[in-house]
Ligand binder design. Sequence first.
Ligand SMILES: C[S@@+](CC[C@H](N)C(=O)[O-])C[C@H]1O[C@@H](n2cnc3c(N)ncnc32)[C@H](O)[C@@H]1O
Length: 385
Amino acid sequence: MVVYEPREDSFLIVDAAKKRVFGDVLEIGVGSGYVSKEMSRLDSVKKIVGVDINPKAIEYAKKNNSDKKIEYIESNLFENVSDEFDFIVCNPPYLPDEDFSDPALFGGKKGYEYIERMIPLSLSHLKDSGELILLFSSLTNKVEVDRIVEKNMLQSELLEEKYIGSFETLYVYSIRKRKELIQLKKLGVEPVFFRKGKRGFIFTGSYEGKKVGIKIKNTHAETDSIYNEVNMLKKVNELCVGPKLLWSNEDIVVYEFFEGVSIGDWIVDKNKDKVIDVLREVFDELRILDINKLDKKEMSHPHKHVLVSDKGNICLIDYERCRLSDNLSNVTGFCQFVTSSHFGESLKKKGIIIDKEEIIKLSKEYKKDYSDEAYHKLIKLIKNS
Ligand SMILES: C[S@@+](CC[C@H](N)C(=O)[O-])C[C@H]1O[C@@H](n2cnc3c(N)ncnc32)[C@H](O)[C@@H]1O
């Protein structure tokens, strides 16, 4: 393995790092040792640990770029590193290559695989206040790097961007732990990415021995959705609706995880009677919300909002947009859904044929005064379909 000589990317990460680093610094993949040596010139830097998987690189760095502040260690990523650092600096192998021919240059088939492996491992070596300074290129795929950052509950800031010709741009990111990650760690929760929603990110984890869902805000979303979700979950939980809220603050909601699939997926292999039972249960919970003037919204397209367990228990999730209102669309929204072209077709395959004109008529009647009588007429129609 040859030693990576300093070039454009090395110079760019040095520019970015020298404006920021202090205290204890770890460099992953030192190559010639040029970056570590440059950082060691700063008075604010106390100690540098520089690692590389390539023994020749370590030998070269020790010989040509040594300093009393720097300790060079041969290590595959963090394997031989034990401490926590104020900064981790990394100009990784970031180019895509089928054959992965040179480990100094190529990060994997797609280019971002090395970064995907390195970032989660870096977290236990980064102080909570610490920062990972990471270089990558447009050939690595910036969208993927952003996804990796989000999945690990981190946040990034673009420090440098430089076009270097041949349709390639280099980027340097500052990556930090989100405050939610630090808070969850204090609670003893290790979040595992689950999915990205419109306004938030969902993680799973274990809290007080229970599997939990964890929702945090998407930093790009404008609305204060977490605050609303917490308030609304408290209200609906009192009505025995929704996943049980277990812990919250202004940034995080932790609730009991419900093992289930969306209602659209659930009905596929279920028989008519079971499907009718589940529809009835969903309608009844929506009716409870209507009675309590809580408008959940989005019930006319509730694919991700209605979960059903294998046994047929239901859970209405997601209260980000739920509001106190006199104009309620829970039951009526779900009426639209059960006669929508896609879900309506799935119901037909089960032999459940809901008269669309009739349900529209009964829905309108129900909407006039949300009376028990109007509701029971609707339910009778569903049961007899
Ligand atoms: C792009 S070079 C950067 C070298 C130097 N930091 C610079 O900027 O000039 C990437 C370096 O990462 C090292 N490397 C590759 N895989 C590694 C691993 N698993 N653990 C540690 N170092 C690794 C390579 O040997 C190479 O020296």
